[in-house]
Write a protein that binds this ligand. Structure first.
Ligand SMILES: CC(C)(COP(=O)(O)OP(=O)(O)OC[C@H]1O[C@@H](n2cnc3c(N)ncnc32)[C@H](O)[C@@H]1OP(=O)(O)O)[C@@H](O)C(=O)NCCC(=O)NCCS
Length: 174
């Protein structure tokens, strides 16, 4: 398994993987999931960060996983929002998701970013150093997200980065 930046030929595979990973029971075939639509809208918008959209590729060259961070804010400070994270269902449970999360955190850290925020299961994300956002006085866009809204601080973090977190605009439509 290799992790590399998304390139121009990967968009269709990423779309298919995101649809497969987030498919709901009973979802009509051919209908896009909100997460797959979101990735496309993010890619087309100003919050997209090409250095932080990564794919996992098998030795045969098949794309089987994707992660991205896009530009969010805590108050007026630029930070990152992670997600959607998707691994093709037939490749789940083999470490692909973990490799992607470790890689995107490392890339964000190398870029000098202060923190990464996400909405997800703490039982999964704690292993990557995520803690509840309240530990850093960062509040989620919806107070109901509190038990699942998490932050991973990076080398560029300063405690002055605190307050309300905002995802880039396409997230508001999901
Ligand atoms: C969540 C997801 C990205 C994980 O990728 P993966 O390649 O299957 O994960 P890994 O193989 O690296 O890690 C597997 C570990 O994560 C755990 N795990 C997977 N999904 C989890 C979840 N939702 N909550 C808690 N733990 C989870 C597994 O139990 C396993 O634990 P273990 O290492 O202690 O045995 C993948 O299952 C997926 O695409 N799911 C559907 C989309 C989704 O939910 N995305 C995340 C939204 S925040």
């Amino acid at each position: 398994m290799l992790i590399r930046r998304e390139d121009a030929a990967d968009a269709d595979a990423i779309h298919a993987i995101t649809n497969a990973a987030f498919a709901r029971p009973g979802q009509p075939p051919g209908e896009d999931t909100p997460e797959a639509t979101l990735v496309g809208e993010l890619r087309a918008g100003p919050a997209w960060l090409p250095a932080l959209s990564l794919v996992a590729v098998t030795p045969a060259g098949e794309v089987v996983g994707h992660v991205l961070c896009t530009r969010g804010h805590v108050g007026h400070d630029p930070v990152l929002g992670l997600g959607p994270l998707a691994v093709r269902p037939d490749h789940q449970g083999r470490g692909v998701g973990s490799a992607l999360v470790h890689a995107v955190i490392g890339a964000a850290d190398a870029l000098g970013e202060p923190l990464v925020a996400l909405l997800g299961d703490p039982g999964y994300y704690a292993r990557f150093g995520f803690r509840l956002s309240s530990d850093y006085q960062v509040t989620p866009p919806d107070p109901g997200w509190q038990p699942h809204f998490q932050v991973r601080v990076l080398a560029g973090y300063q405690p002055s980065v605190r307050g309300p977190f905002a995802y880039p605009e396409p997230f508001n439509r999901v």
